[in-house]
Write a protein that binds this ligand. Structure first.
Ligand SMILES: Nc1ncnc2c1ncn2[C@@H]1O[C@H](COP(=O)(O)OP(=O)(O)OP(=O)(O)O)[C@@H](O)[C@H]1O
Length: 580
């Protein structure tokens, strides 16, 4: 049962247990909350008996004592429910967020290209917050109150079955209204969610593109767009609340009309001596309490409808397929062999088609081709940031997709176009290449990557903090930190993507010199736009629209009258743009 609840509501087993305990405590709490009224009715009964007998109330002290006991019970049950419910739910939402973060790490990068970051963030923050709200303020109330309504009806049946039936007439009516509003509420909430997602996408983009917005002088347009979006959100919000407000209002009116029925029929049966005054009073108090509980149940059930959409989003995230592969083979070599490789980011739009080549240990294999031909994609696939759809990739004879990603990453260093840096010191950013490296090792790697030239000019030297994603550094400086990481890691496989593009010619030469030392004996795959930088490559793979057009070394490719030769001549200035 615990497992079923956990699965149904996307909770942990501990969360499901908390939910059961809270429901029981909520039920007990409701029972205890009836005690003052029961005590009052008994007292009233005793007083009326004493008055009709012309005597004094005998057991006044007993009632006083019971009153104190009831107060203590009220405190204890409220305290126990509060701590179990709220503390338990807070812990559970923290647990859900942790397990979601864990899940994120196991998903392939393809997941991130089909889901907007704002949508993922919304699931982790808003959906979990809503779930927390539902489990602290909603669900246990429903499960705690429903048996209580049942018990009240049974107790009333024992007093007078006819009046109980009259008071229960409004219950099926209220249920019909609730069911009738289901479709409208669901539709309104789906619309609301899509507006919220659009809005958070917009805000995220606005922050990311602040620089462009200013440079392109788009401030006015951006303000107008935001105002329109906010107005749209407000409209949708009101539309979302409307069906719930109408149905809850109708339900409350129908249920409260039950009191009127109890008064009319109860008074009549009282005059017919089928009911005593005390019994009528009990009916009035108990049905009033029961209807209020039912109104509360309906409110929470309506809340549960909306939370259902959130739970489904959470579950769909949990059910996303993890990146496969968990082998940790001992490599006898680090040769890559690609056989009929095919890949697409979006279904039906292949980016790599039937790619065949080998990239051997101790050699530099260069990937060239026009923009968008799939060079960077190829490196992402070879480092398993994305998994391929067709064909095979073998590393040292082992299928790449079967190799555990963490294990694979231990053997690969990457220097990509987009360098990701952390808001810490230069030293620590470089140390990320090898977590246990000493300061001396880090500084030596930094020197090789020409980092001394800028780092030593900063006030704090290598201890300088470089800002969010290295925002306080230039493009070339950021790239050199990335190169230093690769020097430090010194892994047998090295992927370089446009490493020299952000360096001036003097630095570029120095870095090329350093890289030429680093690449020795490794399997190196390098992506470059300028053919000059990869002249010394052992093998050049020319890509065009995701397919291999030509491959060979520079001399072999120049001997052919292909794309490489034309591009090479163009770069050397022996071919004009028109002749290309
Ligand atoms: N995350 C992604 N989701 C969807 N499509 C993508 C993604 N990344 C790249 N693409 C598409 O895949 C194709 C190949 O892109 P890729 O970045 O591999 O080309 P490239 O040869 O490295 O280009 P460039 O030289 O301009 O960097 C392009 O059409 C690009 O639009």
């Amino acid at each position: 049962m615990i497992d079923k609840i956990a699965e149904k509501y996307a909770l942990s087993t501990q969360g499901a247990r908390t939910f059961i305990r809270s429901s029981i405590l909520e039920f007990i709490n409701n029972l205890v909350s009836m005690l003052p009224m029961a005590l009052f009715l008994y007292l009233l009964y005793d007083i009326s008996t004493a008055v009709s007998n012309g005597t004094l109330l005998k057991n006044g002290f007993f009632y006083l004592l019971l009153g104190v006991v009831v107060l203590i019970l009220l405190f204890v049950s409220n305290y126990a429910t509060y701590t179990e419910l709220y503390v338990g739910t807070y812990k559970e939402s923290a647990q859900i967020r942790l397990s979601l973060a864990e899940k994120m790490k196991q998903l392939p990068m393809s997941f991130y290209s089909k889901k907007a970051p704002s949508e993922i963030a919304s699931v982790m923050l808003n959906d979990v917050a809503d779930l927390e709200n539902f489990f602290s303020h909603g669900m246990p109330k429903i499960t705690g109150l429903i048996p209580f309504v049942g018990l009240t009806l049974i107790a009333l049946l024992a007093i007078n079955w006819k009046l109980t039936l009259v008071s229960a007439v409004v219950i099926p009516l209220s249920w019909l209204i609730f069911q009738g509003s289901s479709y409208m509420e669901k539709k309104a909430h789906q619309e609301y969610f899509s507006t919220i997602t659009k809005q958070s996408d917009y805000f995220q983009e606005m922050i990311e593109k602040m620089q462009e917005t200013r440079l392109l002088n788009r401030k006015k347009e951006a303000k107008k767009e935001m105002a329109e979006l906010l107005a749209q959100q407000e409209k949708t919000h009101r539309k979302t609340e409307l069906p719930t407000a109408i149905s809850q209002g109708m339900i409350a009116a129908v249920l409260q009309s039950g009191i009127g029925l109890v008064i009319i029929f109860g008074s009549y049966w009282y005059t017919q001596h089928e009911l005593t005054l005390i019994e009528l009073l009990i009916f009035l108090i108990a049905t009033n309490k029961m209807y209020n509980m039912m109104i509360s149940i309906y409110e929470k059930l309506s809340m549960s409808r909306n939370t259902k959409i959130r739970i489904e989003r959470l579950k769909s995230l949990y059910h996303e397929k993890n990146q496969v592969g968990n082998t940790t083979p001992a490599f006898s070599n680090y040769n890559f062999e690609l056989k009929n490789l095919g890949f697409e980011y979006k279904v039906g739009q292949p980016v790599l088609k039937n790619v065949n080549f080998t990239a051997n240990e101790g050699e530099i294999t260069a990937l060239v081709g026009p923009s968008g031909s799939g060079k960077s994609t190829m490196l992402r696939i070879l480092s398993r940031l994305y998994d391929y759809d067709k064909g095979n990739v073998l590393l040292g004879g082992h299928e790449l997709q079967n190799i555990a990603t963490d294990y694979l990453f231990e053997h690969i260093s990457v220097v990509f176009q987009e360098v990701v840096l952390f808001n810490t010191s230069i030293l620590e950013n470089i140390r990320m290449g090898k977590k246990d490296a000493s300061d001396q090792e880090v500084l030596a790697a930094a020197k090789k990557a020409q980092c001394d030239e800028f780092a030593l000019h900063l006030e704090q030297g290598y201890d300088s903090i470089i800002g969010e994603n290295g925002s306080l550094l230039s493009g070339g400086e950021r790239q050199r930190i990335s190169i230093a990481r690769a020097f430090l890691k010194d892994s047998p496989i090295l992927f370089l993507d446009e490493t020299s593009s952000a360096l001036d010619s003097e630095n570029e030469y120095a870095v090329q010199q350093a890289l030429s030392k680093l690449v020795k004996g490794k399997t190196v795959l390098v992506v470059a736009h300028r053919l000059k930088t990869i002249e010394n490559a052992d093998k050049i793979i020319v890509l065009g629209a995701g397919s291999v057009l030509e491959q060979g070394n520079k001399e072999q490719l120049l001997a052919r009258d292909g794309m490489f030769k034309r591009q090479y001549q163009y770069e050397m200035g022996t071919l004009s743009n028109n002749q290309m």
